[in-house]
Design a protein. Structure first.
Length: 151
């Protein structure tokens, strides 16, 4: 039962991560207002919490469920999945740093400055993050079926 709940939590968190990124991308497509800037900052905070929880639940699954860590660490797709997750995390630094720079303006009740070129770059980074997350889903499916086990 614990294994099933951990799997459910892991999948739910992964879908939430995708939903939050999609929300950020949509909000960045329009002119920035005080309300959208605050929403983006909230979404990014949820993104960080979600990513952290995803790591914790993932570690629980690796070290405390029936397959065991030996299974996971001998799986090429698992290792690729971890590498992709790290890449997504590194990519997320750029938009997060931009959002955090808005805090002073938001505290003053003013709309942060966001030029079209920077907004476009941030959307591109989010597109790349989403693409990598979908590739991670492929890795997860391959891993669960024992494809590309390292011997």
């Amino acid at each position: 039962m614990t294994s099933a709940l951990a799997a459910f939590a892991h999948h739910a968190l992964a879908f939430l991560l995708v939903a939050v990124l999609l929300t950020e991308m949509v909000l960045l497509k329009h002119e920035l207002t005080l309300q959208t800037a605050r929403s983006i900052l909230r979404m990014d905070a949820i993104y960080g919490i979600c990513a952290g929880c995803l790591v914790i639940v993932g570690l629980i699954r690796v070290f405390h469920t029936e397959k065991g860590s030996a299974y996971y660490f001998s799986s090429g797709p698992f290792i690729a999945k971890i590498g992709l997750f790290v890449m997504v995390g590194l990519l997320s630094i750029y938009p997060t740093s931009q959002y955090l720079s808005w805090r002073k303006a938001l505290a003053a009740g003013t709309v942060p400055t966001l030029d079209a070129q920077r907004a476009r770059r941030m959307r591109i980074v989010i597109h790349i993050e989403l693409t990598l997350l979908f590739i991670m889903m492929l890795c997860a499916a391959l891993m669960a079926r024992g494809v590309a086990m390292i011997r």
